[in-house]
Ligand binder design. Structure first.
Ligand code: 26W
Length: 821
């Protein structure tokens, strides 16, 4: 079954899969079927599939090396790959053969898929986007490596305790990880602290030596990422370890325990992912993580470059390095250090190389999420880098002075923020050190240019561009919604798997009665599946014929989960007051994690679970409203949720959500959207047609005008009776056994500041929801809108995004590997 002919072109028969699987079970993990556990079976299958994945990956590597092609390094502190097995089966096109092979052994493929623990190496949108991009880079044949951190503990597992979020550590490696291979020979040293000395070389040129006070080693762990019926690339994650000399040095052995302690301290660097998706001020370990993975990655890139027999001054001709937000932006001074200090390049030449190598993607406009590191901390941890940053800044500010910038402008644009404690503005560093800067949706890129980085956009207009985000539609439609995928392929063929705009071909079936019925039948089956899952996890029983109204994403005030809560309470009170005629039976489904230290976000989770308790236990509203908070939202959960959603909630305050990608996954699975003109919602609405999108609320300009002219939430409350009732209800005690204080912080925040304009947008939201409930009562209309949404989502594949990065930013040609070679 490993015949050489099958190298590349993989056509595995059911029999071959069965044989390979049994051999892996026996020789790979020492088990026979009669005593094997589900995890044994899962691991054996994963290993079987991994062999095939490696064949393709090795084949691609050969091809890339032979062609000496331009390559891309994607630097991201976060990845959320989701479960690998199902996606790899799809990419190898052996899902059905595998299912049958296992069935003959009395093993259910679904149970094995369920067994996989996903690597939760990210917080949310940014990490998932990185993984979607690796999928598309592999599929398109872009020679690339995704570099990151192999956190031992990923994002915490969320459980609920009396309705509050509780965090449990994520031991994702406990059962082993069959998808990765360690590369002990690919390891680099990373240094911290100490001091620098400025001396002279023999030829009189300046020579800086950095004497660190600690060192660690980063070792590569590789996970191959396969494209659909095509190439493979690698996700290379670094794990921190003690450097070898600790183990051998006689000095340390004399003080054995101190040496071991040091070893343990080294390993701390990659111990845990910070579970924050906003500010993280002053966390030294976080800066260490960032530098650690950047340092290893750049050394690896230079190794690969030199290995091909090239000179370092041609680095930018052979590599583009994409910075996923500012998290890896310490790469700018690090590359300068490597070139100037370690490879004796002149500053000007090194700067030319650096500035032609990096490109920077910004993912947020929120001021609290823009990274800043205090000069004190950065200077202590990375003294040489601090010097280099000062030098970069000195030269940059001189350039501005030559252009007659005012003192005020210069202070605003400086990489060093001199207000209060001196700090390094990482977005400025990344912008100055890159040849391109992009936002992640049209609106976001416009705001980036006109607000956050406006001075830079004026200075270097052609440096700024937009690449609207996209999603891996194979994972989020083909793998996770097989019913819909099959129905689609039956009508328009399978081309959409690599060419999403082909979905357009579905438009003509929107008026086909039979097709509409089958369409809604698939949705119903998915809802039955999700309802079963929710019953198991939460005990709440949902009637699948209800409208499934879903709000899943990280919990954040700007995302306004609490606006949804206000809506639910308004419906509840209407029903209690006998005014519920217009209400269609609805199941409200929430999911999402809150940063452990984010007080308001955690309070919002408690609010949701309290409302759920109240509503679900009230006989009077029994078959009209249900509310669930599905704990531990993750890629795996997401793959169950999107296919079962009728309505997608994308209700952030306009101007705050950079793009959103959940919005795309919902619409791709036939959910209709209620949303504001924020992030990529704008473009989704443009694509699907305004008549197929439920719009509400202020737009970005209106938000800004409202705020500038003085916003008084109390006045809105004062004039809206129903809103009053809802807001008062928060502190009535009815939500929490007479406890009137528990939701007072939410109540007071809304009445006093309401920074995200919930009260302002409330009425518009409520009215749009009434319209939605009316449309829901017309299944024909709903089905048509749903079909048209899917048919018009072609733009939002990450294949399109990556194609744009390749053409506009990276200037890299795809290399399609011949599978049948
Ligand atoms: C400092 C800690 C930290 C960690 C992560 C700060 C900020 C982040 C990210 C910027 C949070 C994030 O995931 N941003 C999301 O990125 C997505 C991909 O571009 C966008 O679709 C979302 O709108 C954006 O919120």
């Amino acid at each position: 079954y490993f015949s050489h002919e099958s190298l590349g072109g993989i056509e595995l028969s059911k029999e071959e899969i069965k044989t390979a699987f049994l051999e892996k079970l026996f020789y790979g993990i020492g088990r026979i079927p009669s005593v094997a556990t589900t995890n044994d079976f899962y691991t054996a299958l994963a290993l079987t599939v991994r062999d095939q994945v490696f064949k393709r990956y090795v084949r691609s590597l050969e091809e890339y090396a032979e062609l000496d092609s331009r390559g891309i390094a994607y630097l991201s502190a976060e990845y959320l790959p989701g479960p690998h097995l199902g996606n790899n089966l799809l990419n190898l096109e052996i899902t059905e053969e595998t299912r049958e092979a296992l069935a003959e052994l009395d093993i259910d493929l679904e149970a094995l898929l369920e067994q996989e623990v996903e690597p939760g190496l990210g917080n949310g949108g940014l990490g998932r986007l990185a993984s979607c991009y690796l999928d598309s880079m592999a599929t398109l044949g872009i020679p690339s490596i995704g570099y990151g951190i192999r956190y031992e503990f990923g994002i915490f597992n969320q459980t609920l305790k009396e309705g509050w979020q509780a965090e449990v550590t994520d031991k994702w490696l406990h059962y082993g990880n069959p998808w990765e291979v360690v590369r002990p020979e690919i390891a680099f040293e990373v240094r911290f602290g100490g001091r620098t000395e400025h001396g002279k070389n023999e030829d009189g040129t300046l020579k800086v030596t950095w004497t660190p006070d600690s060192e660690v080693k980063g070792t590569a762990y590789d996970t191959p990422i396969l494209g659909y019926n095509s190439n493979g690339i690698v996700m290379r994650l670094w794990k921190a370890e003690a450097i070898d000399s600790f183990d051998f040095s006689a000095y340390n052995m004399g003080d054995y325990y101190r040496a071991v302690e040091k070893k343990m301290r080294s390993e701390n660097i990659t111990k845990v992912l910070y579970p924050n998706d906003e500010n993280l001020s002053g966390k030294e370990l976080r800066l260490k993580q960032q530098y650690f993975f950047v340092c290893c990655s750049l050394q690896d890139i230079i190794r690969l470059h030199l290995m091909q027999g090239r000179k370092l001054n041609t680095l930018s001709e052979k590599f583009s390095i994409q910075l996923n937000d500012t998290h890896p932006s310490i790469a700018v001074p690090e590359l300068m250090r490597l070139l100037v200090d370690e490879h004796d390049m002149e500053w000007e030449e090194a700067w030319h190389v650096t500035r032609h190598t990096f490109a920077y993607t910004n993912h947020t406009l929120l001021p609290e999420a823009l990274e800043k590191w205090s000069v004190h901390l950065l200077g202590r941890l990375l003294p040489r880098h601090m010097e280099i940053i000062y030098e970069i800044n000195r030269r940059f500010l001189n350039e501005l002075r030559e252009k007659h910038y005012t003192g005020e402008q210069i202070a605003r644009m400086s990489i060093i923020d001199e207000r209060g404690e001196q700090s390094v503005r990482m977005a400025h560093l990344a912008t100055v050190g890159s040849f391109k800067v992009n936002g992640v949706s049209r609106l976001h890129s416009r705001l980036l240019k006109s607000q956050v980085l406006n001075d830079f956009a004026d200075l270097w207009p052609s440096q700024f561009t937009n690449i609207t985000n996209g999603v891996a539609h194979r994972r989020f439609l083909a793998v996770s919604n097989p019913g819909l995928a099959e129905l689609i392929s039956e009508k328009i063929g399978k081309q959409w798997l690599t060419d999403l705009p082909q979905l357009k071909g579905l438009e003509k079936y929107a008026d086909d009665v039979d097709f509409r019925e089958r369409w809604m039948q698939v949705k119903l089956q998915n809802k039955i599946g999700l309802a079963r899952h929710i019953k198991e996890r939460t005990g709440v029983e949902l009637d699948p014929s209800m409208l499934f109204d879903v709000h899943v994403k990280r919990i954040h005030e700007y995302k306004r989960q609490h606006l949804k809560v206000l809506h639910i309470l308004s419906l509840y009170l209407r029903l209690k007051n006998g005014k519920g005629e217009g209400i269609s039976p609805t199941a409200f489904i929430f999911g999402g994690k809150a940063a452990p230290g984010y007080f308001m976000a955690k309070r919002i989770i408690k609010l949701i679970t309290s409302v759920a308790e109240l509503v679900n236990n009230d006989k009077e509203v029994q078959d009209r409203l249900k509310v669930v908070f599905l704990p531990n939202f993750s890629v795996k959960q997401a793959q169950r949720v999107y296919p079962a959603a009728d309505l997608s909630e994308q209700i952030s305050m306009a101007g705050k959500e950079a793009s959103g990608t959940g919005n795309m996954k919902f619409a791709l699975n036939g959910a209709l959207t209620i949303g504001t003109l924020d992030g990529a919602n704008v473009e989704i609405r443009e694509e699907v047609g305004e008549e197929n999108f439920f719009l509400f609320g202020l737009n970005t300009e209106e938000v800004q005008t409202k705020k500038a002219s003085g916003y008084h939430p109390y006045r809105i409350y004062d004039r809206n009776e129903e809103l009053q009732e809802v807001i008062d209800f928060l502190i009535s005690g009815e939500l929490e056994n007479g406890n009137t204080e528990i939701f007072r912080p939410v109540h007071d925040n809304l009445l006093q500041q309401d920074p995200y304009l919930l009260l302002e947008d409330y009425q518009s939201y409520i009215e749009k929801m009434e319209e939605i409930h009316e449309v829901w009562r017309s299944p024909v209309k709903w089905a048509k809108m749903s079909i048209l949404n899917v048919a018009r989502m072609g733009k939002f594949s990450s294949d399109r995004s990556i194609h744009e990065y390749a053409e506009e930013i990276w200037k890299v040609e795809p290399v399609k590997v011949q599978l049948s070679k």
